[in-house]
Design a protein. Structure first.
Length: 133
């Protein structure tokens, strides 16, 4: 309900803390679709704390910051972080059954967004922060 109230106000910046943590899969899908519409429309920046990495992929997140004991451990595009063999993000993703998508490394085009890591045409940014401890 709190997410719905926030989205009704059409915020330019949206801060979310574990927005899908307590939801079943059907409710999660509905919330993710609403968040996706927000970021494609009026919301210029979304900052989200989550441990559910599938949400990061479905929301076309273009930057992930992994925190460990209050410090930045990793940051970058989620697909790049998935390719780090011993990275914290990659390890957590593998535990959740998430693996890197294939993409053309020559053009630096990512399969999730179909664009470079930062979409300069819209200026919209979606940042997911992942706290491991």
């Amino acid at each position: 309900m709190a997410i719905a109230r926030a989205l009704i106000r059409s915020p330019q910046v949206l801060l979310l803390d574990e927005p899908t943590a307590a939801l079943d899969s059907q409710s999660e899908r509905i919330v993710v679709e609403a968040l996706d519409r927000a970021i494609q429309g009026y919301c210029q920046c979304m900052v989200m704390v989550t441990h559910r990495l599938g949400v990061i992929r479905r929301l076309d997140v273009n930057r992930v910051i992994v925190m460990d004991n209050g410090k930045v451990a990793e940051q970058g595009h989620p697909e790049d972080l998935l390719r780090k063999p011993n990275g914290m993000f990659a390890n957590l993703a593998r535990e959740q059954g998430i693996f890197p998508a294939e993409y053309d490394t020559d053009s630096e085009t990512h399969p999730i967004s179909g664009s470079s890591s930062v979409d300069s045409t819209k200026g919209n940014q979606t940042i997911a922060s992942l706290c491991t401890t």
